[in-house]
Design a protein around this ligand. Sequence first.
Ligand code: HEC
Length: 180
Amino acid sequence: MIDVNRLKYWLCIITVVSATANAQPLSPELLKGETLFRNAGGYGCQVCHGLYAHGGNQAGGNIRGATELKLIEALSRQPTMHLLTQVLSQSEIRSISNYLQYLGNTPMVELHFKDGKWHVREEIFQPGDLVQLVIFNESFTQQILDLSAIELGEIPVGAMETIGILWTRQKKYSSFPLLQ
Ligand code: HEC
């Protein structure tokens, strides 16, 4: 069951901020997929899968890298996704899955503020890889995330805000050089 009030609540408080560091702009095709991912049907996939398809503690979970087949299957099987089945054309479904493939090929470091501290979860990546930092503040006060160890400075993250930053790791770190 969709709890419509909860959905509206999230829609109101999710603020979209995209910052970039050393980022390549998305191709028009990927941009189309990203726009659909965020807005399809008026609320997009992000309400249930997180702004960067990372899950973000929402009902749908992480779908980075999901194939077109998986998506078509989910659209027909998941009751909560049925509404979207009616508004998406075949080519739009393809654009969204291309975007999910792109995200799947971009390693992610998730920085999640919860219960008074930052939690880090990182996927495996190599020096030189383009990495997406997904920063999510699951609290009702602004937090300052200090990323000066990787030359990104201090980043203010608003209450319940999600920020995506594309970053290329230049040096070899044994683990993400933060909060140690
Ligand atoms: C109203 C909530 C909601 C919306 C909106 C939504 N989904 Fe889902 N989605 C779910 C739920 C719930 C599941 C099942 C998750 C599970 O089984 O763990 C799911 C499952 C999926 C899966 C299968 C994941 C797997 O591992 O099998 C894919 C792929 C997917 N969704 C893609 C999308 C895409 C793309 C959109 C936007 C076009 C979207 N979803 C919109 C709730 C939603």
